[in-house]
Design a protein around this ligand. Structure first.
Ligand SMILES: Nc1nc2c(c(=O)[nH]1)N(C=O)[C@@H](CNc1ccc(C(=O)N[C@@H](CCC(=O)O)C(=O)O)cc1)CN2
Ligand SMILES: Nc1ncnc2c1ncn2[C@@H]1O[C@H](COP(=O)(O)OP(=O)(O)OP(=O)(O)O)[C@@H](O)[C@H]1O
Length: 196
């Protein structure tokens, strides 16, 4: 394979972010409802007690309908919080209907950093992962911070299942792979469950 150039990854990011931001409100709403329905019927999610999710920005598939369903089913939901002094790392904090949210420095809402509400990676059963693009081999490209690449290192040892969430239009033929990229074992879109 040719050496993946930075430009390739940046070009794909720009292109797919533009595509997903171009979805209409109706398309977004339908996609989110379909996805929520698929996700709660996916066996690892049905069996899970603690699930990490994310709050959507930038045309990402809206996770709110899924979060509402998981709460109804009395599952515990956790959100990523930027680590206060370890750059590029995430912590996962409990999110309930009562949790106050405040925008972080990337302007994504997050729960307050309260150690009592934190889950370790070992405690999570499923981690729903945001992505900009994925390919037919399960490779994933994110927004560029390397946050989830770090979080997903050694996921097998932690025992949680990473599941990418994406619109169908975020599938690309082949992503350039960097040495630190961690392929996903599953991606859920409104129309399909991909598994590797
Ligand atoms: N919904 C969601 N939450 C997430 C992620 C994500 O991809 N989606 N992340 C996955 O890793 C982490 C945040 N990663 C991010 C990496 C880069 C940018 C970014 O470049 N944002 C702006 C500029 C930031 C600003 O407004 O100052 C941009 O869109 O250009 C945003 C988030 C944790 N939380
Ligand atoms: N496991 C890791 N350890 C150290 N640095 C890493 C690791 N993973 C990624 N990085 C660094 O993070 C930077 C961003 O990586 P990359 O462009 O692959 O992020 P991404 O997958 O798009 O973002 P994200 O995972 O946050 O959604 C890279 O410059 C890389 O050096």
């Amino acid at each position: 394979m040719t050496h993946p150039s930075l430009l390739d990854r940046q070009d794909i990011r720009q292109h797919v972010r533009h595509l997903r931001r171009g979805l209409s409100a109706e398309q977004q709403e339908r996609a989110a409802d379909l996805l929520a329905e698929h996700a709660i019927n996916f066996a690892p999610v049905s069996a899970a007690e603690k699930i990490a999710l994310f709050l959507s920005v930038d045309g990402e598939l809206n996770t709110r309908p899924l979060i509402a369903k998981l709460w109804q089913q009395k599952k515990q939901v956790f959100l990523p919080v930027l680590h206060p002094f370890s750059p590029g790392h995430l912590l996962f904090l409990r999110y309930t209907p009562e949790t106050p949210l405040a925008p972080n420095k990337l302007r994504i809402p997050e729960p307050p950093l309260d150690i009592r509400q934190m889950a370790t990676l070992d405690e999570l059963d499923v981690m729903m992962v945001p992505l900009v693009a994925f390919d037919r081999d399960g490779q994933r490209l994110g927004m560029g911070g390397g946050f989830y690449d770090r979080t997903l290192q050694h996921w097998q040892q932690h025992g949680f299942l990473p599941v990418g969430l994406a619109h169908d239009c975020q599938l690309v033929e082949k992503l350039p792979v960097a040495e630190w990229d961690v392929p996903l074992p599953a991606v859920l879109t409104p129309s399909k469950l991909w598994q590797w």
